[in-house]
Design a protein around this ligand. Structure first.
Ligand code: GLY
Length: 577
């Protein structure tokens, strides 16, 4: 090449390089910008709930106070998943760097036992009487016990308990305007909700179905919340509401008794910590499987140059799916309530163990799930509809809270006279250990049903730190085991692919959970060419695409601005100030 031509080529190369590297990464995806707040931010799946949280912060409450108020509000405005009849996990990082995890997961009633959901022939009970719908499907709710524990131990002391409940009393009493989505969703669940008189009356207006734009009131729930505002959680566990729950359960062959309610305890646990490429990750320990599975997959991915592979490449999706296949196999065997079963947490999140598991991944060939067993080591040495919200206050306290009634509208039972929709969390136990559940998943004995035990969860509230130890972003998701996939892929998107929190959450995802042996994907999420390559490796794509969970999160940028993000797959609004 002549000198002039060489100069010209170099100049074109330089100009292109400068131009391309000056394109902000937001060009990569068509996500909206995150919502910005100078002081504080609440990101939840309903605008009214987010606004109630911000009001509490402006009154002097901290992130914990606001998180409680948001949780109570979602029980009113987001009845498909927001709740006082379910349970969850609140992960907190305080401004001084301490962290804690409040476990308010449901507990199995005392009368529940290993075979409570199988008949004499060993077949799973379906419908009423089974683990997914009706009175017997509920675990003892933990939401109010958890919120009260958080308030008493970690609230600011500047707002009263009633300040956190009363805005939601007003919402339930005066009503709020139904969105198109909620009106449609209620109608979509009419067959199930209609089976239970109070659900039928409250949510379906006895068959005169609610339309978008109508005002939706819940007077019984307002009365229940008034009692809770005045008497605290004790109303729900030993007071009038407890009596109403126990009476309705007894009248309908439910398992929960007054004694079960009285014996419910929220527990404070030490958060699970790991690292990904030098960033500390703070997440939920058992009884959630979410933190362990996420850290396991991230540990395996550390052995690959994921950044160079590119966010949607077949090479990356292949190793991601293979890592998930292995972690989910471990989940089915080893993970459960640590108060009832030995869970080898340290071994499972050990980087050396990840190396062993990674060494079994063939870069050009998918494993068959039937050949992938849970890792073998000596343990002696050592759902699906939910909602997540995140709060960051002006002082830098951060709450990442996921709670659930399991399926949409939980067990579909509204306890007579209370307006309280109950969970179907008993379905998160292994109803038939050693044999496939309704979805083909085989789990071991550790997660069998036992009275007083907490069912294994996938909820993954998570906080990720910068390399120099400052809080960077916090997030979580709804969507059963897909929660784990959504949270881990959002973390990868930020750390490996330089996305902001909105892009990271919106970006297409995959999900592989060992059994069934199929790779779940999203509409337009994978190009046909990439699918072809992955199929040639031996991956079995799910028959149809479908959303893989939905997430919400908040990032704190280098100037301290709070950036709120709600998944474009779902409703919700982040509100900051
Ligand atoms: N019920 C959903 C979960 O706990 O993961």
């Amino acid at each position: 090449m002549k000198l002039g031509a060489l100069r010209q080529t170099l100049a074109i190369f330089l100009v292109s390089f400068i131009f391309l590297s000056s394109i902000p990464s937001s060009f990569a995806l068509s996500s909206p910008d995150p919502v910005r707040g100078k002081n504080a931010m609440v990101a939840s799946q309903h605008e009214l709930a987010s606004r109630i949280g911000v009001d509490i912060l402006k009154k002097g409450g901290n992130a914990v106070d606001a998180a409680i108020a948001v949780g109570i509000a979602l029980a009113v405005v987001y009845p498909e998943a927001g709740n006082i009849g379910g349970g969850g996990f609140m992960l907190v990082r305080f401004k001084d760097g301490r962290t804690t995890a409040i476990d308010y997961r449901e507990m199995a009633p005392k009368a529940a036992h290993r075979d409570v959901f199988v008949d004499e022939k060993g077949e799973l009970t379906r419908g009423e009487g089974g683990s997914t719908v009706g009175y017997r499907a509920s675990g003892v709710p933990g939401t109010l016990a958890g919120f009260e524990m958080a308030f008493k131990k970690y609230g600011s002391g500047k707002v009263k308990w009633s300040d956190l409940i009363d805005p939601s009393v007003r919402l339930a009493e005066n009503g709020y305007v139904l969105t198109h989505r909620l009106a449609q969703l209620l109608y979509g669940y009419r067959e199930w909700l209609a089976k239970y008189p109070d659900s039928n009356r409250i949510f379906l207006r006895d068959g005169k179905y609610y339309q978008e734009g109508e005002n939706f009131k819940q007077p019984e729930l307002a009365e229940t919340l008034k009692r809770i505002s005045k008497d605290g959680a004790k109303d729900f566990y030993t007071g009038k509401t407890a009596q109403m729950v126990a009476a309705d359960m007894a009248a309908n062959k439910g398992l929960i008794t007054l004694e079960d309610l009285k014996n419910y305890v929220a527990k404070e646990r030490v958060p699970l910590k790991g690292t990904y490429r030098g960033h500390e990750i703070v997440t939920m320990p058992p009884p959630s499987s979410g933190g362990i599975v996420m850290l396991q997959v991230l540990n395996m991915l550390e052995g690959y140059d994921v950044r160079s592979m590119g966010s949607g490449s077949s090479a990356k999706l292949h190793v991601l799916a293979e890592a998930m296949r292995r972690s989910f196999a471990d989940r089915a065997e080893y993970m459960a309530d640590p108060d009832f079963a030995e869970v080898p947490v340290a071994k499972l999140i050990d980087k050396k163990y990840a190396e062993e598991r990674r060494s079994t991944i063939d870069l050009n060939k998918a494993s068959a799930s039937k050949d992938v067993k849970f890792g073998s080591f000596s343990t002696s040495s050592e759902g699906t509809e939910t909602t997540h919200y995140t709060v960051v206050d002006a002082e830098g306290n951060l709450v990442s809270n996921t709670y659930t009634i399991n399926d949409l509208y939980g067990s579909r039972v509204t306890i007579k006279g209370t307006g309280v929709l109950m969970n179907d969390e008993m379905d998160d136990f292994a109803a038939r250990p050693g044999r496939p559940n309704l979805f083909g998943l085989v789990q071991g004995e550790r997660n069998k049903v036992e009275g007083g035990k907490r069912p294994l969860s996938s909820m993954t509230p998570t906080i990720v730190m910068t390399k120099d130890g400052k809080p960077w972003f916090a997030l979580g998701a709804r969507g059963g085991p897909r929660i784990i996939s959504a949270v881990m892929q959002s973390v990868i998107n930020v750390i490996d692919h330089d996305m902001n929190i909105q892009q990271a959450i919106d970006s297409p995802r995959i999900h592989m959970q060992w059994l069934p042996d199929e790779l779940a994907y999203e509409m337009y999420g994978i190009s046909p060419d990439t699918m072809k390559i992955l199929t040639s490796y031996g991956h079995n794509f799910a028959q149809r695409p479908g959303n893989i969970a939905s997430a919400t999160g908040i990032m704190i940028d280098k100037d301290g601005i709070r950036l709120g993000a709600i998944d474009s797959r779902s409703d919700g609004v982040a509100v900051g100030y």
